[in-house]
Design a protein. Sequence first.
Lengths: 101, 198
Amino acid sequence: MIPISYYLILSTIIFTLSIAGIFLNRKNILVLLMSLELMFLSVNFNLITLGNYLGDLTGQVFVFFVLTVVAAESAIGLALLIVLFRNKKTIDVDDLSELKG
Amino acid sequence: MNIELITFFIFSFLLIVTSIKVITSPNPVLSAIYLVFSFFLSAVLWLLLGAEFLSIILILVYVGAVMVLFLFVVMMLDINIAKKSAAYIKYLPVGVGVFIIFNVLIIFFFINTFENINYNAINSINVISESNTENLGYVLFTDYIVEFEIAGLILLLGILSAIVLTYRKNPNNKYQNPTEQIDVEKKDRLKIIKGLKE
């Protein structure tokens, strides 16, 4: 059998990798959104693992809702990205300094 | 070493490798494809935890819908493949430092908290039957019915906002306006001229 802490350590590693990805990929908002998806994946890992640990199905129900919200979020994010590219011809984070005074 | 533990180690190693490739590959198409691989691998790991329905949903919804959406956006945007820029080199120590510090802190906590309990993952949670899908459906439609409806509303909101954000009206389009067509009266169209002699 697999100890529960292995799953938690795995999800921690994925979460920190996605944080590092947000720091590294500042040239491309698209890859930044992909690191966000990885982050949601690790959160879902934690929910399923701890639901299993507590013997409760609520964790899996919450993963279901998280998947719903993430689908809507990525649709809106990609729509915003397309509007941004249409107006500015770039998806670099450093070029988005419109509000600088 | 039993077969479950070996499966877990193989798939978690591959999952970490594909996650690293997602955040470091220079081409966004490659990143998206590695993200698809990592979703498949984590679906296998969720099967080991006894969440069969969610692992199938992860493949169907994520790989089938969300990642295809990502790939379409990559194809629509005309971006050149960026080289490793100065900003990448500048932020590389920050990323590696954050990775190491968070990992050490959280893994230390987890080992201290969960190693003493020595709890092994169980295969399934039974509420009304053996099937995971049946149990999940039972809980979802009794205890969480209001949240289920709210999830539907959130999806509707996602559809509406994506359409409203990206919709562009083409001035060259020719289309009929039924309201104006119905509102037309006889005197708008027909002009009677009296006293005109040939």
